[in-house]
Design a binder for this molecule. Sequence first.
Ligand code: SAH
Length: 522
Amino acid sequence: MRSIVKNNNKINGKVILVGAGPGDPDLITVKGVNALRRADVVIYDYLANDKLLAKCRAEAEKIYVGKKGGEHTLSQDQINRLLIDKAKTTSVVVRLKGGDPLIFGRGGEELLALKENNISFEVIPGVTAGTAALAYAGIPATHRAEATSVSFITGHEDPNKPESGLNWKAIARMNGTLVFYMGVKNLPTIVARLCKNGKLPTTPAAVIHWGTLPGQRTVQGTLANIEVRVQQENIKPPALIIVGEVVNYRNAMNWFEHLPLFGRRVVITRARAQSSELVRELESLGAEVIEFPTIKIIPPQSWQALDRAITDIAKYDWIVFTSVNGVEMFQQRLNHYDRDVRKLAKTKIAAIGPATAERLRLIGVRADLIPEKFVAEELAALIRKQGTLKGQRFLLPRADLARSLLKDELEKSGAIVDEIVAYRTTLAAADKDKVLHELNNRKIDAITFTSSSTVSNFVDMVGKDQLNCLDDVVVACIGPITQNTAEQLGIDATITAQEYTIPALVDEIVSYFQSINLEGKS
Ligand code: SAH
């Protein structure tokens, strides 16, 4: 959808005003994501989760124009100007705003400015904080008996203004739910005005900070004590104030804050390209994930050895894939030579762990053997069960640093083994200072290691003399080999998964924190 409006012979692009949703990046609409995917420029706010920028094309220009507290990066006029200028030079400009763009987001002002300048636009609504944060705090916005209406009200009015723009008498009389946006600073005034105009001090009230995100915090009380509670809990903006009987349902309906990993902050150290499953699983259980990739996957120094093996693939009786990366690199080289998996018709295939097997299935290969654990002795024994190994030829595409115990084991039984470097792992260039600071300040609950290289790279990155940063942190390892590496490097593993898989690792983390919760500690 390019080049819509002709204006003085110039062809303008279009601005799409997109609601980013309340915080949880999964709460954007499908249409909103599609707009991000085709954006040439994205102009985004403080309340729009910047994780959403990952949906954009790498070459899309991303411009932050947010305002935090009272600090603006650009004034509203400057933002309007920027939208107009960008629309005149690019095709698709996405204006990404928190929640719904037309609910207290000044989206209307932006549309008027575009209209005046003959720039065409579309609006993609979003899930507003005023319903989503309530849902995540276990508060129904309406409920049959107690609340038959819900009002979204600005809490941002200057309390010293002689005449309020709001009809407080009418507001106080409403029996429905009142939701105040931008009202934390004015909470005392809001409470005073409601009570002065007839709301009972016993009316239930709640304040929700960073709703729908792992850092969500909710305080609950009544109009009489909500101010004190907010102060005690040091709740800051952004937050919503909810007033009405529906707040009491939170006792029964609060689900998000009861997820097993809610409030837990977990560092994951695997390569960014491989982290999505672990991130998704941890987040769906309520954890806040801090990505600290210690590894980057890169091609081998030369493709020669792998290419030769692929050319001669028919000579191998077995290929043992030990990782998803090995499968990916193998596939890449097959493609490079315009070949496909039919070349493997006569070869038996072993895949270590279900993730490797799944990756093979994606290229149409069903592994003959899928051992759960990567323990060389056990794997060799399993292969032996399939027939004698004497004189059998094995191809092991693996990482440059992987251990060669499997080769030794197989050779002991008379197999002929070619170990080939299919990819290398290098130290990722992640910014260590922030994570180290959080670890040292006890802001992290757990750290996960999903391979030996994640451990050794972590140690290289933070430095051996800094390892006491892990003293109070739960160290979770994916399997015994990783645990071993950790221990050799001076890191005590708290948890080791029974099975070499991400779901098993996550299960162990959940059980660990559940047992801690049961003990009443946190
Ligand atoms: N357009 C946005 C609102 C922008 S006004 C929407 O539809 O949600 C900014 C105010 O919204 C904040 O001061 C706060 O009151 C509220 N808000 C936005 N996101 C929030 C969140 N995740 N949790 C709690 N309040 C939020």
